[in-house]
Write a protein that binds this ligand. Structure first.
Ligand SMILES: [Zn+2]
Length: 336
C-alpha cells in the first residue's frame, strides 16, 4: 500500500478473515522497497491503488520478486497521465460498474452540480498529460471566484463535511481563508505539509472539528472519511484517473448518505459523470480520444446547474423543465 493508515486497515481485514498473519508481510511501498533484501520471496503480491504500479518504487518491488504472482487493485486502471498498465500487468479483470455499486449500496448515490467558474479555453496540456500549472493559473482567477464557490456551497451543500481540491498551494490557502471568513471551520493541507500536521488535519476532519478540508497537490486517496459528503473541484484535470479519484471521494457508502459533487472547473464536460460507463484496457486511453469531441451524453440544468444524463427533461433536483425547443435543438428539420 502507499499509505500508513491503509496498512492497519488491511491487517485488520486479513485477520478478520482468518488469514495466518505469520505468512504475510503487510507494508507501505516505501518501507518494502527499503527492505527488499530482508523479505522472504512471496508467492503472491497484492498491490493496492494499483494505478501507481508504474512508479519507480513499485516497479523496484515487482522486479525484485519477478517470479511472484502479482495482483493489483484499483478503481482506475490507468496512470494519471492516461498510460495503461500493460508494462506491469498481463490481464485486466473488470469489476462491477460504478452504477451497480451505487444501486447495491456499496457506494453512496450523488448529485452533481457544474457551474463552471473558470476560463476553460485557457487550459493547455503539458507533457505530463495533464494541464500545465501556468495554464491552470490563467484559467482560474481564484480571488475572483470565491464568492461563487461559497454561494454554490451554501445553496446545495451547506454545512456538510467537504473536501476541496485546488490547483496550487496559494489557491488552497485563499479558498481556506474565504471559508473561514464566512464562518466555516476550514483547514488546508498541501504536498509540503509535514506528516504530523497532515495527520492532525485529518484527525480534525474525521472528528468533525474541521468541516472543510482544502487540499493542493495531494491526489486525494489519503482521504478516507466515511461521512465526508461533499467534494468541491477547483482543480481542472485532463486525467480521467484523477477525475474519478477526486469526484468519488465523498461516495463512501453510509446508510442514507447522498454525496454532493460541485465541479467548478468543467471536468464533467470532458469526462461525464462518475458512473458514466467506461471502457478500460491495459493499453491505456488513446491520446486522440481523450478530451476530444466525443463529448459525454450529459446536459446541465440551466436553473440549478445540476449535471444530468442528456435525455433528462425535468431536473430531478430543482424541478426545472427543459423547454421543448432547446431540447430538440440538434434535431435536424424534416425535409418537406
Ligand atoms: Zn435543476
Amino acid at each position: 500500500m502507499h499509505r500508513k493508515e491503509i496498512v492497519a486497515q488491511a491487517k485488520a481485514t486479513f485477520e478478520r478473515w482468518g488469514v495466518d498473519m505469520s505468512l504475510c508481510e503487510v507494508g507501505m511501498v516505501q518501507t518494502i522497497t527499503r527492505r527488499l533484501d530482508y523479505i522472504a520471496t512471496p508467492q503472491l503480491i497484492l498491490c493496492d491503488e494499483a494505478h501507481h504500479s508504474l512508479a519507480a518504487s513499485y516497479k523496484r518491488i515487482f522486479e525484485h520478486f519477478k517470479n511472484s504472482v502479482l495482483v493489483g487493485f484499483t478503481a482506475t486502471p490507468a496512470r494519471l497521465s492516461g498510460t495503461g498498465m500493460k508494462e506491469v500487468y498481463d490481464d485486466l479483470i473488470i469489476g462491477p460498474e460504478i452504477k451497480w455499486l451505487i444501486d447495491n449500496s456499496y457506494l453512496a448515490p450523488y448529485d452533481y452540480y457544474a457551474p463552471t467558474l473558470i476560463d476553460v479555453e485557457r487550459l493547455k496540456r503539458a507533457s505530463t498529460g495533464d494541464y500545465s500549472n501556468k495554464s491552470m493559473d490563467q484559467a482560474i482567477k481564484v480571488r475572483a471566484i470565491f464568492g461563487d464557490v461559497l454561494k454554490t456551497y451554501k445553496e446545495v451543500a451547506n454545512n456538510t463535511k467537504t473536501i476541496v481540491y485546488t490547483h496550487n498551494v496559494q489557491a488552497s490557502i485563499d479558498v481556506t481563508d474565504a471559508f473561514n471568513r464566512a464562518g466555516y471551520h476550514a483547514e488546508q493541507v498541501d504536498g509540503k505539509t509535514s506528516a504530523e500536521m497532515r495527520k492532525q488535519a485529518m484527525d480534525n476532519f474525521r472528528s468533525g472539528r474541521t468541516l472543510i478540508l482544502v487540499n493542493a497537490e495531494l491526489y486525494g486517496e489519503g482521504v478516507d472519511v466515511p461521512d465526508c459528503q461533499t467534494v468541491i473541484m477547483l482543480r481542472p484535470t485532463d486525467s480521467l484517473t484523477l477525475f474519478i479519484q477526486q469526484s468519488m471521494r465523498g461516495m463512501r457508502y453510509q446508510p442514507g448518505k447522498r454525496a454532493t459533487i460541485i465541479d467548478h472547473v468543467g471536468n464533467a464536460y470532458r469526462f461525464g459523470l462518475p458512473d458514466t460507463p467506461r471502457e478500460w484496457s491495459l493499453e491505456g486511453q488513446p491520446k486522440k480520444e481523450r478530451g476530444k469531441s466525443d463529448a459525454p451524453a450529459i446536459r446541465t440544468c440551466p436553473k440549478c446547474y445540476a449535471v444530468l444524463p442528456a435525455n433528462t427533461h425535468i431536473c430531478p433536483l430543482c424541478g426545472f423543465e427543459q423547454p421543448v425547443e432547446s431540447r430538440e435543438l440538434d434535431v435536424k428539420p424534416k425535409q418537406s
